[in-house]
Design a binder for this molecule. Structure first.
Ligand code: HEC
Length: 216
């Protein structure tokens, strides 16, 4: 029932096409400001910053982390005054861990041992004496009477040669010889290796009398 559009209506339609085009052009120009859900510059910059910090952070870690090696990340390491800012790890520092894990149960944290049961290492003439003797004690154990700092003990120390490697024995003895006011030179892993080889056939713990023959 719709009458065909007359000339007037067609002209009107042409006019409104023009106005629609105008509105579209306007909208197209306004687009950048209206694009709230699109790509705004600020979060993009943040994202870029995060990506680059992760990227350069990983490169830095790969170069300088040394795989977080416990030998390098040592809580006891103190920088030397005036020296390079590298952590300094001495054998005695490493030996402290072995001491804490193994020897401390008997010889105590303060190295004083336990009267009548476990002899002291602090101030001990044995601990600070010949490394020939103390390496043997740690390797194969010690039993029978022994006098330490003028006090008698007659007990037994467990052999630890199968538990501890040469380096660990050297480190723990270096610690014992330099802790609690003790002042004896470090023990080297090569010395432990040599004595381990020389005493390979030993199955029994040593006695103090036997070790005294090796000299102080
Ligand atoms: C199970 C207890 C026990 C443990 C663990 C132990 N010791 Fe001993 N240690 C003894 C006893 C007991 C003696 C004395 C043995 C005797 O009476 O003949 C001794 C003796 C010694 C001596 C010689 C005497 C002295 O006091 O100087 C040294 C050095 C020594 N131990 C070092 C160590 C070190 C280093 C460790 C750890 C690697 C260690 N001991 C672990 C019990 C222990």
């Amino acid at each position: 029932m719709n009458p065909p559009p007359d000339k007037h209506t067609l002209e009107q339609a042409g006019a409104s096409d023009e106005s629609i085009r105008q509105v579209h052009t306007q909208l197209a120009h306004e687009k950048p400001e209206q694009a709230g859900g699109g790509y705004a510059a600020y979060p993009l910059v943040l994202l870029g910053l995060m990506c680059s910090s992760i990227f350069f952070g990983s490169i830095y870690l790969a170069h300088y982390s040394s795989h977080f090696d416990p030998l390098i990340y040592n809580e006891n390491a103190k920088p030397v005054a005036g020296g390079p800012a590298v952590p300094v790890v001495t054998p005695a520092m490493l030996g402290k861990r072995v001491y804490t894990n193994i020897c401390m149960t008997c010889h105590q944290q303060n190295g004083q041992g336990q009267a009548g049961v476990y002899p002291p290492l602090a101030g001990s003439e044995w601990a600070q004496g010949s490394e020939e003797r103390i390496i043997r004690i740690v390797l194969h154990g010690l039993s029978g009477p022994i006098t330490v700092e003028g006090k008698e003990f007659n007990n037994a120390m467990t052999p630890l040669g199968t538990v501890l490697k040469d380096e660990q024995i050297a480190n723990v003895l270096s610690f014992v010889r330099q802790e609690w006011g003790n002042t004896a030179p470090e023990v080297k892993a090569e010395t432990v290796a040599r004595i381990r080889a020389e005493t390979a056939s030993r199955t029994q713990p040593w006695t103090a009398a036997e070790l005294e023959k090796l000299g102080k």
